[in-house]
Design a protein around this ligand. Structure first.
Ligand code: FMN
Length: 364
């Protein structure tokens, strides 16, 4: 159980905001795997929220099965941010998260996202305004990186001030913005932010984030940093069951039964169904063509399936491709193709990072 202000969460595992990926169809698949924790929308532009253009409507789309849900806003203009936060809370947000980590130029050139780490006074004032506006209805939270660059690791001091101002949860991605996704996550850096948050208010949780690729990574991060929970982004995009398995592992110290090949492809099928329900067919087909590459690391040898899905044009083609593949796999369709322990051993042995995945998903 994790408490974020008035919100009680059954698990300390969270689904991260990942622009272009963690939309409603994906969140519903993650929740369909049994995940009951907090998930987030992509970062939302307050102008878009207030104008309700088509893209923002899609990014904000939610439903009863998609709870609890945090909506993440980026920007530094207090009136606009407050109005957008009010709108978001009226339309299903259980928390409002302020993005203080985005390294993308489009965002940082307006001193939003990770640039907010460089202007702590203004950032704290913005947080105070948001808390005064919606803090009596939902908790306001913030997601930070360790600093803008290695010259100034501002996160520990800023996190403390944000908590003192009334922010109810801090998520810390253990890299600087300058690093983007390079190198490995800095666990001692996360530990410093955790310490700072707990010193300011022990009841405020601090969530660690970065490079969690298996349930074992999550437990290692908790053990190494003392964080109250973890947030997972890239590694679950092709394995939506990772969140649920991680929550189970943290709670029980062992893994649940792992999903078979057929069940994993069932997740991909579900995602396609949800996409078709929420977007036009062409969008859904294109998205699932990209997804097959991201899922394939968890499917074992599946070259023929990948080729068929990339070549497909209609929903019927997709169903036929999956059915054909499963038929050809025979008994192996009902076995676990790649276990978390096998993936963990590869990562530990070869030090393989999620860098490549970051590049792949950014291109999608
Ligand atoms: C393609 C992509 C889009 C992202 N979009 C967001 C976003 O909208 N908001 C945010 O706070 N972080 C965003 N992130 C950062 C992730 O939430 C997370 O902090 C980061 O990927 C590290 O976690 P991981 O190692 O589990 O992937 C994004 C990351 C990627 C790769």
């Amino acid at each position: 159980m994790l408490r974020i202000g008035s919100l009680s969460l059954p698990t300390p595992v969270m689904l991260a905001p990942v622009a272009g990926h963690c939309d409603l169809p994906f969140r519903l698949v993650v929740r369909g795997c049994g995940f009951m924790g907090l998930a987030f929308t992509d970062l939302l532009c307050p102008h878009g929220v207030l104008k309700q253009n088509r893209q923002t409507q899609y990014l904000m789309a939610t439903c009863e099965a998609d709870r609890p849900l945090g909506m993440q806003l980026y920007g530094r203009e207090p009136d606009l941010m407050c109005e957008a936060a009010r709108w978001a809370v009226d339309h299903g947000a259980d928390t409002i998260d302020i993005n203080m980590g985005c390294p993308v130029d489009k965002v940082t050139k307006t001193f939003a996202g990770s640039k907010m780490l460089c202007i702590p006074d203004e950032t704290v004032r913005l947080a105070e305004r948001l808390i005064a506006t919606v803090g009596d209805r939902v908790p306001v939270t913030a997601k930070l990186r360790l600093g803008y660059d290695s010259e100034e690791l501002t996160a520990p001091a800023l996190a403390r001030r944000l908590v003192e101002a009334g922010i109810r949860c801090i998520t810390i991605h253990g890299r600087t913005a300058a690093l983007r996704f390079k190198g490995s996550v800095d666990l001692p850096g996360i530990a410093r932010v955790v310490e700072s948050v707990h010193e300011a208010d022990p009841s405020v949780p601090c969530i660690g984030n970065g490079d969690i690729r298996t349930p074992f990574d999550a437990q290692r991060m908790i053990d190494a940093t003392g964080c109250d929970g973890v947030m997972i982004a890239r590694a679950c995009l092709g394995a939506p069951w990772l969140l649920c398995d991680t929550a189970y592992y943290i709670q029980h110290g062992q893994l649940p039964d792992e999903l078979t090949l057929r069940q994993r492809l069932g997740c991909l099928r579900q995602q396609f169904r949800h996409l078709l329900a929420h977007r036009e067919t062409r969008f859904a087909v294109n998205r699932i063509r990209q997804k097959i590459g991201i899922y394939s690391a968890h499917l074992g040898p599946c070259k023929s399936l990948r080729e068929d899905v990339i070549a497909m044009n209609t929903p019927a083609d997709f169903d036929a491709a999956v059915d054909r593949f499963l038929d050809n796999m025979g008994d192996a369709a009902d076995r676990v193709p790649v276990t978390w322990a096998q993936r963990d051993a590869i990562f530990c042995r070869e030090g393989r990072s999620l860098d490549a995945l970051a590049t792949a998903v950014t291109r999608c």
